[in-house]
Write a protein that binds this ligand. Structure first.
Ligand code: NDP
Length: 421
């Protein structure tokens, strides 16, 4: 396994360099709050002027901050429980490997148990729907403070511990991208912890809160639309945690430092923006005919089949190329000793996993109907994110694999959508 590339030089900046990242530091939180306010407004229009701002007090509550800190504390305590296996991460620049606890799925199970017990004991989970704004403010504040602490901490580690892309020397750029690759306190890996646990499980919990509040309002069962959105997104979260080990080979873990981009993304953006469909349905109920629901389920199943098939194939191949499920696939050798798959899912397009992910994103937006743009914000944002991410990955692969990567691109000309892109 090849160690990551050396640190990026100042002339090799991403995301528009210091100016682009400075804009994103402001625009990402502003977009989050604009979406939340729009979603909860009557008109719910993304294309008209922003809704009237509520009083400043609506954005902040010590109770919401305390709740969020308790949530982070609970997830951190569960992370530290000695359960499940411990896995080795990819090789680092100093040729060492870090150890990671693979207990995310168990943590999800324990969280579900605690929530279930709480609900049986009368926990008013549905009232989370009234706390979303102050909770999002608290998450944003925590992401800023955490990123600042991470930035300062990064000056205490040796150069070999820095991320390939986040140590340009520009304060804003490095604060945004993250200087240190794997900031840790002992066994507690901050980036790995944030990547799939508090935000992803929080997303499922917010969805559940919307469902419970909707069921209360309807005096019984939730709507079919709300049920589908909850089921699809819960499956996505459960799948991510069930396959937690796969995160160890993703760009976030092996390439990107831990800075504002990932801290804000994991702690604020994922739980509050990814739950927009459920929030929308609570405020703008939609009815769904059974045949339409069936067609949406089929679309989701196709997306999931592609997404899971592609990710499992690559992860299996990277962990053990002689595994019978991948041993027969055609490959291209590279100078690093690693091979590139050129048949199976990875022979169809260069990022089949992104294609499946996008199809699922569309499927879980469709239960919201077609009267408003807001539930489709995720599809548009996610398409931009994945097209940009694909481009970043291509450049990194070209650096890593050179001519072999060019041969792969010639053999598999489409990036994400066959015959289209
Ligand atoms: P990928 O899992 O797509 O991994 C890209 C890496 O795979 C490359 O750098 C290369 O690394 C390896 N690779 C590329 N082509 C081949 C090939 N032909 N044969 C073998 N290996 C190859 O990276 P991501 O981290 O971007 O995505 C992981 C999953 O997470 C995806 O399903 C994506 O959709 C999802 N995702 C979801 C997000 C969300 O917010 N919901 C956000 C981002 C991602 P190497 O050769 O070094 O192994």
């Amino acid at each position: 396994m090849a160690p990551p590339q050396p640190p990026t030089g100042p002339g090799d900046l991403e995301f528009g360099g210091p100016l682009g990242t400075a804009a994103m530091l402001l625009l990402l939180p502003a977009t989050l709050f604009h979406l939340l306010l729009t979603c909860h407004s009557g008109a719910c229009s993304l294309v008209s002027l922003p809704p009237e701002l509520p009083p400043a007090a609506a954005f902040w509550s010590p109770g919401a901050l305390l709740l969020l800190l308790l949530w982070l504390g609970l997830q951190a305590a569960l992370y530290l429980l000695p359960m499940g296996k411990v896995s080795q991460g990819m090789m680092l620049r100093d040729k060492s490997h870090l150890q990671y606890p693979i207990n995310g799925f168990r943590c999800l199970g324990l969280t579900a148990l605690l929530v279930g017990l709480g609900l049986a004991g009368g926990l008013p989970l549905g009232s989370l729907s009234e706390l979303l704004l102050p909770l999002a403010s608290a998450a944003t504040a925590i992401a800023f403070i955490l990123s600042l602490l991470l930035y300062l901490k990064s000056f205490t580690v040796p150069p070999s511990a820095l991320a390939p892309g986040g140590n340009s020397g520009n304060v804003i750029y490095d604060f945004f991208l993250g200087r240190e690759l794997n900031p840790r306190f002992g066994f507690f890996d901050l980036k790995y912890f944030c990547e799939l646990r508090p935000g992803m499980i929080g997303w499922a919990l917010i969805n559940l809160a919307m469902l419970l509040r909707e069921a209360e309002r309807r005096g019984g069962w939730p709507s079919l639309s709300m049920g589908l959105v909850n089921a699809f997104q819960l499956l996505y979260v459960v799948d991510a945690l069930w396959n937690e080990e796969a995160v160890l080979t993703t760009m976030d873990i092996i390439h990107d430092g831990f800075g504002f981009m990932l801290a804000f993304g994991d702690l604020a953006w994922v739980p509050f923006v990814y739950s927009l469909q459920a929030q929308y349905l609570l405020n703008h109920p939609q009815s769904l005919e059974l045949p339409v629901a069936g067609a949406i389920c089929l679309l989701f199943a196709i997306g999931y089949f592609i997404f899971r098939g592609a990710n499992t194939q690559k992860n299996t191949f990277r962990r053990d190329p002689s595994d019978p499920s991948v041993a027969g696939l055609e490959t291209i050798p590279t100078a690093t000793g690693r091979r590139l798959l050129v048949s199976g899912w990875w022979g169809m397009v260069r990022h089949p996993n992104y294609l499946g992910d996008l199809i699922m994103a569309l499927a879980w937006s469709l239960p919201c109907g077609v009267t408003h743009l807001l539930p489709y914000f995720y599809v548009v944002y996610f398409t931009i994110l994945l097209v940009h991410r694909e481009d970043r990955d291509e450049r990194q692969c070209l650096q890593k694999y050179g001519l072999a990567w060019r041969e792969y691109c010639a053999r598999v000309p489409y990036r994400i959508v066959p015959y289209v892109y």
